[in-house]
Design a protein around this ligand. Sequence first.
Ligand code: NAG
Length: 184
Amino acid sequence: MLVLLVAAAAQQRVLPFTILLNASLAPLGVRRVSKLVRTGFLDGQILYRVIPGFLVQFGVAADPTVHARWQRGEKRRLKDEPNRMPFRHGTLSFAGAGTDSRTSHLFVALAPNGVRLGRGTPHEATLGHVVSGMETWERVVANYQKSGYKDTGTLQGPLVQRGNAAAAAYPLLDRIRACHMECQ
Ligand SMILES: *[C@@H]1O[C@H](CO)[C@@H](O)[C@H](O)[C@H]1NC(C)=O
């Protein structure tokens, strides 16, 4: 069991939250998250896809050269694992596009619509849950709604190409300040 401590920041305010990962739910996925945290891959990255009542997604490194290393080669793709727990408000899962597509993109599911994820979608498997700081995610949604970024998801490609510079027009979009892992 692992505890992931992350802080999202908007307008200089750092809002902490904790995700409790459960390696028995999805060992490959949890090991990958652990690697992303340990290597600093998540630090500074923008929460680039926000859909109120559904999910908040991230997983493009702030630095495009770092991201390119993760995209190189099929070995970065994880085999799917069964979803062993129904999704709920605050579930962490990899995002993907079909069978064995998990790489570095992650999302936190939000109620009400996000709780329907993880059924019949092979890459969606529960990795753990937000256990403290769930209100941080409400703030992320509120900041997104004020940010002027409407076409959610369209930043993903530009972020991959140019890193955080691609989101310069949206200073209100939240980003992960830093994260670290503790073993329980
Ligand atoms: C972790 O997942 C396993 C397998 O589903 C479950 O039995 C266990 O209760 C979970 N642990 C926690 C702390 O949720």
